[in-house]
Write a protein that binds this ligand. Sequence first.
Ligand SMILES: [Cu+2]
Length: 495
Amino acid sequence: MASKRQDAWKLGPGWNDTFLWYAKAIIELKKRDITDRNSWLYLAAMHQFDRDLWIQLGIIDRNTALPAAADTKNTWNQCQHSSFYFLPWHRGYLARFEEIIAATIVALGGPAGWKLPYWNYLNATDPNARKIPEAFLLRFLPDNKTRNPLEDVPRFGQKVLAAEPRLRIPDIDLSAMREPDFSGSVSFGGSKTLFSNPDIGVRGQLENVPHGSVHVLVGGTPPANSDVGFLSRFETAGLDPLFWLHHCNIDRLWAAWMSKPGVRMEAGRQWLDGPSDRAFALPKANGSGLEKFTARDTLAGGKLHPDYDDLHAGTGVPIPPASVGAVVAALGPVAMAEPKVIGANSEKMTIGDNPIETVVKIAPQEGANMAAAMGARAPAAAGGRIFLKLENIRGASAAGGLQAYVNPPAGAGDDLPENRVAGSAALFGLASASKVDGQHGGNGITLIFDISDLAQRLVAAGDFNPARLRIKIVAAHAGGNADPITIDRVSVLRD
Ligand SMILES: [Cu+2]
């Protein structure tokens, strides 16, 4: 077996050794009781657990004995979203999962050193890249009678990744890789928070796209049907064997981002040693006990740091010229600038089946500055970026998508022009993030879109009145008018 994590599509077609042993190990993990810390169910519950939902979906039944609360208090419901802990927590989670699968393969008489493959969906040099790897679509193992656990999972979305107009999810891309800062409200990795389960801060750009998009594109969310795929919800995502390959690629994108010259990596104690309010914990690979970890443990030199065969294919990070040698990220306590709010709407928005419009008013002086700046410079000029922020998006639908427009002509949504789109997002984990009984009272999802180019186009078109920016939100979700999506506030920011 290879010593590093590899591209899933480079391992050979169909039942290559890596996937066959992965499937056999999962069959073994599924035989273990949920009270076993190395069982399939215990590991998935670490991401998010909901007893009623799991009973409803037939994952457990009313009589299933759960582990003692003292055991799960520090290990279940841990997944970090909308936070600068999103990447390090998932990195630790993946590393231990990989170790448990590898140990199980050895116990089954297989080879040592199994590594988690990554699904490199944005690799433009591979025509298969966007397809779910074949082994995840086959009904049986090579014996033609054992049900394949890699396939035996509810997935109602796409087998080949592409934009999903019905859910208003645009195509995945690597734009997140251009963010220079790891943390902050406009950042690669998410805003500074305490322990963030389910969601307390602002989603980082990587967490939004491609991470959230791939979850909902593959998991699917049929309209007017609560039966969503496992990948669409926090509470079931870890039960889809493909989850781990998706997150492995997200983790690799982080590693690739850190290899770019000039990026500003988080180096504060709050991140390195946090969260201060609740430590991260992992079960040991032999199930014997629990062990704490911090974000520091996931960096180079740490016990949970991964090793990838390639950080360039499908990451947008070019191979540096040989003369440059190793590229080192700018590690150090760097103050990351927070953009300031220059205008906001005044009412909460409620979006059912029909699009809703709101008005953002920008203070006159700010508006004049903005128009002058926009008229004078190229959109990609350093600094002076403009953002649209959608705060506390909540809803009862398991997932969905939305699209925001600035100053669109009248229209229903499908006929609105592309050149007025401020941003779109898959709402991965919407219901979990909105639950009022959640640890943080259901803050919902907060998103930030860069609208610098759009603002410039509006100024050029003479359609930029700072006292009246019309924001239209079109949403697609299963709740419709009965269970609408709400947005607490819409604001415009600049840095
Ligand atoms: Cu995820």
